[in-house]
Write a protein that binds this ligand. Structure first.
Ligand code: ASP
Length: 353
């Protein structure tokens, strides 16, 4: 086994709160205008989750559908909260929340995973512990019911960070994780989405890298536990009509998932190829660590400036070591929510929520 990393402690308030300190030195009116973190939710400990970003519009959403999403996101938040309230770890809370979403056909992860161009389902997931920078990831698994459990097993039960395809599945079997028939991941709606994507591609559309309503639903969670430790995780079926063997950002540590007690935890969703190229999750945490930007400032810069400049669609949920929460996206909407010590659930979908 590799030597464990020493425990990473949150940076002193002097660095983490550098932006806040600078802002506080300004006169009150200027402070209110220049500190975008002023309105951000903050928690002593808690959990923030997402269920994918993309075309989520009020006009296209039925009350019934909205209620289904709200109920499932609420269930996921409560599952994570139940772990944290008992003094459980951020890693356990992230796994508890993501497992609920993986088991629901509503999201593009686990049961509801989208199809590749070959009509298969190939699932990716990752998890990272901010206390020791330990991480686990899996790519292209086809028979593992809950890829986030496998990512966690890679982190805790192997000296490696990432397993792919057959090797990942054989490791899952060794670890006693639940293996299902490939047909478990078949859903009518995702098959229809594949058919539509193929038709569109034949008509010359660039379906491959777009994130539309039917390709939505990657899931992720970031937790801060009572011990002050952060963890982040992400799980996905990728993008509809992806070529088989394609791996997106979700299982790439630093791109789709990152956590360090020194800065923040991030889970991303969006056009994976570009999230990999921009190392999005790490970029946000690095800005917090090296520039003293607040969580809100760092997240906005990356999602609303850097990605927008490149026409890249997507979003992230972020939780700082100081408890600041950001849920930022440059699409019409993002399924998202958070919960803090009081157990009150906040769930949102649209940009103007
Ligand atoms: N980021 C995921 C991927 O590219 C897709 C998504 O989040 O919608 O695999």
């Amino acid at each position: 086994m590799l030597q464990p990393m020493p425990r990473i402690r949150p940076r002193s308030a002097a660095l983490l709160g550098c932006a806040a300190v600078l802002a506080a030195a300004l006169p009150p009116a200027a402070h209110a205008q220049t500190d975008p973190a002023a309105d951000a939710p903050r928690v002593r400990w808690g959990l923030v989750i997402h269920g994918g970003a993309g075309t989520i519009r009020r006009a296209q959403m039925t009350d019934e559908r909205a209620a289904e999403y709200t109920a499932k996101l609420t269930e996921a938040l409560r599952a994570g909260h139940a772990v944290l309230v008992e003094g459980g770890s951020a890693v356990d809370a992230v796994v508890a929340a993501i497992t609920i979403m993986e088991d629901s056909p509503l999201f593009n992860a686990g049961k509801g995973a989208v199809f590749t161009s070959s009509g298969t389902n190939e699932l990716d997931a990752s998890i990272m512990s901010g206390a020791d920078l330990n991480a686990g990831a899996v790519a292209g698994v086809k028979r593992v019911k809950n890829p986030i459990l496998l990512a966690r097993a890679v982190m805790d039960g192997s000296p490696h960070v990432m397993f792919a395809r057959d090797g990942a599945e054989s490791f899952a079997e060794e670890q006693g994780l639940e293996i299902v028939e490939e047909s478990y991941f078949y859903t009518e709606s995702r098959m229809r989405a594949l058919e539509r994507a193929k038709e569109e591609a034949e008509q010359g559309g660039s379906a491959a890298l777009r994130t539309e309503s039917e390709k939505l639903g990657t899931v992720g969670a970031v937790a801060l536990d009572r011990n002050g430790d952060l963890a982040a995780g992400t799980s996905t079926g990728g993008i509809t009509n992806k070529l088989w063997g394609r791996v997106g950002d979700s299982p790439i540590i630093g791109a789709g998932t990152y956590a360090s007690n020194e800065s923040c935890g991030v889970s991303a969703t969006g056009q994976g190829e570009f999230f990999i190229r921009n190392v999005v999750a790490y970029d946000i945490c690095a800005r917090v660590l090296y520039t003293g930007a607040s969580i809100t400032q760092a997240t906005r810069t990356v999602i609303q400036e850097r990605l927008v400049d490149q026409n890249v669609l997507g979003g992230v949920v972020v939780l700082g070591a100081d408890g600041e929460i950001a849920m930022e996206f440059n699409t019409d909407g993002m399924y998202r929510g958070w919960i803090g010590p009081d157990g009150e659930v906040t769930v949102k979908m649209y940009a103007d929520d």
